[in-house]
Design a protein around this ligand. Structure first.
Ligand code: PAF
Length: 285
């Protein structure tokens, strides 16, 4: 694989040697098996692949979070070199390549960025849209791969593609989990050992919740999820919502769930000092 640090260098390489379809996996580095599953899928599907590694400041609403976000460029490159082909590209730009001038664009995603993460991380999705649209403009991929763990982000990126008329197919890839069910995340390595030991409770609670929909109404399920997770010291549920998988509107009662529609239970948990998100598909009651 080749490593490029500038937009000019990347464009030159793409013009000289990329084959169609061009696959793209945007990441913020600190790569784990979840990221690698996206890269593997892209390599399987596409004769040319670009992986970007860029920690995007504009999507961090909390400067402390940006400061402590894990950065492991050497390990990332070692992992990628075990997978990527000679002609595939890794793009590792500096801030000035992505934002030669301040990005003042404000996106309108209607309800999609007003719920869940949008409430708890104001401005986050605007920053995601800024960087993803900038990366799409630079790389010009045919197919882009995103993890389903960031379900709200995925929905917003599909809407971004629709609004901007990008001819890019968005592929959603399944969540990869640790043995105890914890969804893989770059932030997991920041968890205190005792918190990490108990963090499997998040997925276990989601699994039980998705089964409870057959016999319990949504307020009871929400109460169960919060109490079950918060029975462990240091865990606090920020939100747990069961939402329509297209418009992300929360469902308040099982009676509102209609056949022909899809529903996802989305959760954010403060686990010690670290914020974790996860989600699970909900069956119909
Ligand atoms: O999901 C992520 O890692 C980031 O939000 C993304 C899509 C790479 C944009 O910075």
């Amino acid at each position: 694989m080749k490593i490029l640090k500038t937009v000019t260098g990347l464009r030159k390489q793409l013009t000289a040697s990329s084959l169609s379809p061009l696959g793209f996996v945007p990441t913020m580095g600190a790569l784990h098996a979840g990221h690698l599953s996206l890269v593997e899928k892209a390599i399987n599907d596409c004769p040319s692949v670009v992986v970007s590694i860029y920690v995007n400041p504009s999507q961090f609403n909390d400067p402390e979070d940006l400061k402590k976000y894990p950065r492991t460029p050497e390990e990332d490159l070692a992992l990628l070199s075990g997978l990527m082909r000679k002609s595939d590209l890794v793009f590792m730009p500096r801030d000035k390549e992505i934002y030669p001038e301040k990005d003042t664009r404000v996106f309108d995603f209607g309800n999609l960025d007003k719920v869940m993460e949008g409430v708890h991380r104001p401005g986050h999705f605007n920053g995601v849209a800024q960087v993803v649209s900038r990366l799409f403009d630079i790389v010009e991929p045919n197919i882009a791969y995103f993890g389903q763990k960031d379900f709200q982000q995925l929905t917003i990126i599909k809407e971004l593609v629709r609004q901007k008329g990008y001819k890019i197919k968005i592929i959603a890839c399944p969540i990869v989990r640790e043995n105890d069910g914890l969804a893989m995340s770059s932030r997991n390595r920041l968890l205190d050992p005792l918190i990490r030991k108990n963090a499997g409770i998040i997925y276990k609670s989601l699994l039980s919740a998705s089964q409870m929909i057959k016999t319990h109404d949504i307020p009871e399920i929400k109460k169960f999820v919060s109490e079950n997770i918060e029975s462990f010291n240091g865990f606090k549920v920020e939100y747990f919502e069961i939402v329509d998988d297209k418009n992300l509107l929360p469902v308040m009662s099982a009676g509102e769930m209609k056949s022909g529609k899809g529903y996802v239970g989305c959760i954010a948990v403060k686990a010690g000092r670290i914020r974790l998100i996860d989600n699970i598909e909900f069956p119909l009651p």
